[in-house]
Design a protein. Structure first.
Length: 490
């Protein structure tokens, strides 16, 4: 029997095809070949296939999410410090209105009482205020701090009241008088000094750094001859001065020239009787000069806030007044500082859909989420288009891997022992049976694979039987490898 196995080994050695790989392989002959360990087929791993399919898409989506998050920034603050003005002035009154309106949107406003625009600018530059009313024509006290404007919100005319029997028309007429020009830190004082210096009368009058009700009391007491005020006609001090006896409102004869020389001023008509029709105040049309009150913030103001603040400004100032048209304010005009980019968008397109129908908190949250959703939306269409072919390729790849292994096995026929090849074929068949969990649309390919495995198995057994039959003694029946051996003796 041993001689027959040696002869069978010699036949296989002669049948080997010469090649570099074959020359390097070791041939196991005789009975040792029957017990040589088969090369197991690599086991298909579902987890690794899952990550191979979804991993790149998840990584790309995560990178897009991180990139989008860098543009989102922090959520808007819940509390703002609003620098206003003195209690008797329009700044403080309007700041209280903003506090009420913005409270409905979930924003808490702390109103800071100040002496006026100049102090408001100081608070903005030092970071002690987030938003402030500032009179047009004033600049930042610290050039290193960048300030921007949300827009102008109303006119605040210049009022020069003089104790006189006749109506004054030139600033030369106040030479030698005692004039209140507003407290230190107020916008009134800043603009009064500029106007008086431009007219060349600043050094020819005695100025007092008082304003408002204090200046009115000094005027009534005879301590002052003229008042320089800035504000709306509805301010009580201005209303009382307009009706006071022997007090005249200066009507600038060269108002057009002053408007051109001071770009922050606008000519505003005050029509006869508009203050009080029954008393005919004023008795004739007056051409006022007016800067505009502006909302000023530091550069870097949260991008979600301008829209909601300007919407409140439209509600408060949009109805117009006796010196402004309906919907004239808020406006990007008459500002001494650059306009915030989000404010420009508001003036061009108005309030967005979400801010019109949702509260500020919900709208700002959804606005930020929309940016985060951009990576997902951007990847959705290509993923939908690529998913069917990639899925089909992934499923068929499971079958093609078995075919490649089967091709390699067929190339080793007549080279490796039949028992070893049959053992590897059994491992392949076990893997093919495991593909039964695939969708039914791939059943035909799976059945073809198993049929080809059976075809190779039959071929191997036939070759094994033929080889053994040549050396089998007379009267002995040879069984193919992989089947129970039976010896039938005649």
């Amino acid at each position: 029997m041993k001689d027959r196995w040696e002869q069978l080994g010699q036949v296989r050695k002669k049948a080997r095809k010469p090649s570099k790989d074959a020359a390097a392989e070791e041939i196991v002959e005789g009975p040792a070949a029957a017990v040589s360990s088969p090369r197991p087929e690599p086991v298909f791993k579902e987890k690794s296939e899952f990550w191979a399919f979804f991993g790149p898409g998840l990584v790309i989506t995560l990178l897009g999410f991180i990139l989008a998050y860098s543009f989102v920034g922090p959520p808007p603050p819940k509390r703002l410090r609003f620098a206003s003005g003195s209690t008797w002035g329009a700044y403080n009154k309007y700041a209280q209105r903003y506090k009420e309106v913005l409270a409905k949107q979930g924003l808490q406003i702390e109103v800071i009482e100040t002496k006026g625009s100049s102090e408001n600018l100081e608070l903005l530059c030092t970071g002690k205020a987030d938003i402030a009313f500032v009179q047009g024509g004033l600049g930042a006290p610290d050039p290193k701090v960048e300030l921007e404007a949300l827009g102008s919100v109303y006119y605040e005319p210049l009022w020069v009241f003089v104790r006189s029997k006749t109506i004054p028309r030139e600033l030369d007429e106040v030479k030698g008088m005692r004039m209140a020009i507003g407290p230190i830190g107020s916008g009134t004082r800043a603009i009064a000094i500029e106007i008086l210096q431009d007219a060349g009368v600043k050094d020819q009058i005695k100025t007092f750094d008082v304003g408002g009700e204090q200046a009115e009391q000094m005027f009534i007491a005879g301590q002052l001859d003229a008042l320089f005020l800035v504000g709306t006609p509805t301010i009580p001090v201005i209303s009382r001065m307009l009706t006071a006896p022997d007090v005249q409102l200066m009507q600038f004869a060269r108002a057009a020239a002053m408007e051109r020389r001071h770009q922050f001023l606008s000519m505003v008509p005050l029509y006869a009787g508009v203050i009080d029709m029954s008393l005919d105040i004023p008795p004739n049309d007056v051409q006022l000069l007016a800067p505009a009150a502006t909302l000023v913030v530091r550069k870097g103001f949260h991008q979600a806030l301008p829209a909601v603040i300007l919407a409140a400004a439209r509600e408060i100032h949009g109805s117009g007044s006796i010196i402004s048209e309906h919907n004239e304010f808020p406006s990007p005009q008459y500002c001494s500082f650059p306009i915030v980019q989000e404010a420009r968008h508001f003036y061009q397109y108005g309030t967005s859909f979400m801010y019109r129908h949702l509260s500020f908190r919900w709208a700002s949250a959804l606005d930020r989420m929309a940016i985060l959703l951009l990576p997902f939306v951007g990847l959705l269409v290509p993923i939908i288009r690529l998913l069917p072919p990639v899925y089909n390729w992934t499923m068929k790849r499971k079958i093609y891997r078995r075919y490649r292994a089967l091709q390699r096995l067929e190339a080793r026929i007549l080279v490796d022992p039949v028992e070893q090849l049959l053992g590897e074929l059994d491992v392949m068949d076990e893997g093919a049976r495991g593909l039964a969990s695939m969708p039914a649309s791939y059943s035909a390919e799976i059945y073809d694979l198993r049929s080809n495995l059976d075809r190779v198995r039959v071929r191997l057994r036939r070759l094994d039987v033929d080889a053994k039959s040549k050396f089998a003694p007379s009267g002995e029946t040879v069984k193919a490898a992989g089947q129970p051996s039976e010896v039938a003796k005649e």
